[in-house]
Design a protein around this ligand. Structure first.
Ligand SMILES: Nc1ncnc2c1ncn2[C@@H]1O[C@H](COP(=O)(O)OP(=O)(O)O)[C@@H](O)[C@H]1O
Ligand SMILES: [Mg+2]
Length: 129
């Protein structure tokens, strides 16, 4: 992956706390498309959070850090290690179950963070998960 000058989404929304709902919707749509693309290859990211979404020069979100990602073999896959940020972890992933829905759970937390970026408490939790 090339170096992306706009860094990660956590720092970006901290520096730009007044994103409009339209901008948030556009960012979120790109993140969802990235998840759909990964899942089409049966890859579960398993660690989606603000820090792991990078931004290209044109502020297009790019999903990074596939360190905890898993190839899904079948519907009954289990994670060898339960990892990732707890705040972003679905109940299924906390029990070690590898399902695509878990990435959407994490995406929901990313959306929450983007919508509540003016709330220091929520942002602190979302930054460190
Ligand atoms: N290609 C990249 N371009 C710009 N910044 C990056 C890039 N890759 C990683 N980073 C920065 O480094 C941070 C940590 O990278 P990451 O791949 O998430 O590793 P880890 O979380 O395992 O330490 C990211 O949140 C981001 O700020
Ligand atoms: Mg990371």
């Amino acid at each position: 992956m090339p170096f992306l000058r706009n860094g990660n989404l956590a720092d970006f929304i901290k520096n730009n706390p007044s994103l409009t709902k339209k901008e948030i919707a556009e960012l979120f749509k790109c993140i969802l498309n990235g998840i759909i693309d990964m899942h089409a290859y049966n890859i579960l990211h398993n660690d989606l959070k603000l820090d792991n979404i990078l931004l290209s020069n044109g502020l297009t979100p790019v999903i990074g850090d596939l360190g905890l990602s898993r190839k899904l073999i079948n519907q009954k896959s289990y994670l060898k290690d339960v990892g990732g940020a707890i705040l972003y972890s679905s109940p299924e992933s906390m029990f070690g179950k590898a399902v695509k829905e878990s990435d959407y759970f994490s995406a929901g937390m990313i959306l929450l963070a983007m919508c509540c970026s003016d709330d220091g408490d929520i942002m602190m939790k979302c930054k460190y998960g």
